[in-house]
Design a protein around this ligand. Sequence first.
Ligand code: SF4
Length: 387
Amino acid sequence: MKSLEQLLAECEEAAFDLQFKRAKRWKAEDETRVIVGYLPTYIPREIIHAANGIAVGIMGTGDRKQIIKGDAYYQSYICHLPRGIIEMALDTNLEGFDGFLFPAICDCVRNLSGMFKLSNKGKFQRYFDYPQNFSAHIGGKFYIQELEKVLEDIFNVNGVRVTTESLNHSIGLYNTNRQLIEAIYDIREASPWKLSAVETYYLLRAGLGMPVEEHNEILEQVVGYLQNERGEPMDNTRVVVSGSFCEQPPIGLIKSIELAGCYIVDDDFMLGSRFIIGDIDHHTDNPLSALSEAYIHQSTFSSAYYDVGNPKGKRLVALAQRRMADGIIFCAASFCDPALLDRPELQKEADAAGLPHINFQFHENTGQFKIIKEQAGTFSDSIKLWA
Ligand code: SF4
């Protein structure tokens, strides 16, 4: 049995493997297996699993790949994530992927889906749209049709038809995955010193590139280890980090926030893995309908999610209060329209609730963290001294 440190080291390596070797090894064992790459934020990975596939999250290149060709595809005033992804597509990183899904979130991602299509990357490329009408017979039906299109795409590659049983089985596995992730966040809520935010990040990101069965085993072992004492409590400020649901902050930035005296007690870094709150029915005659119902009624709040009747600001405040956070750090990718457009509303609600906040912007390949550490440290100190 591996130690916690060994598991974390394994996850760190898997999380930043831009060749996605683990997924490619898995696919090589059976010719009907497929790899479907998806961009942040959320994709119902259950349907891909049920069709004998692995859904691989493509979260960007961070600072681990030099961008040369990617810059030629985009103007300078957009976020960094699409440049890195097009660079990977034009290089060898995404070879062996059978298809790509581009969740509807912003024009950058929409344009990227067109570039993949024009460049014939993979055997299918689909811009995956979400309902903005939450009636089961309108938006729900539309969403089921979107799921069926993806299943047809995969069938055309590997000839595998999903069944009610296979879908229910896959939903059950992802229910377990979400339960285990939430268990880790709950442990960190009570004892954030047991597992740092960076370690948590490795654990979750690694799961985007390996079979869910393997990820569940790792998470189960980690939850077991965290029943024991680990680390020492510090007099840190508790913060929620919000706004990093798509392009990912560099690890150095997350470390800087922690080193500045903050416990990150919740975040939206790997939001797709936590997008659905609670279990999805996996004892049903109509699993696609269950997935659709879950999207409509159990989605978390996010700038990636259209929900006029359930204000995001209030949900962010409720999350911060539930996690007993002292403040909120708004931390979005530079030029990220969805995050930055939502921010005034979120800040207004934080102000109304008396929750102090601060904001940073980053690029995934930002290299200098001294200023961010100073700002986060001052934020933390000011809460400790005056809040
Ligand atoms: S970081 Fe923001 S702007 Fe960039 S692709 Fe993601 S959602 Fe779109």
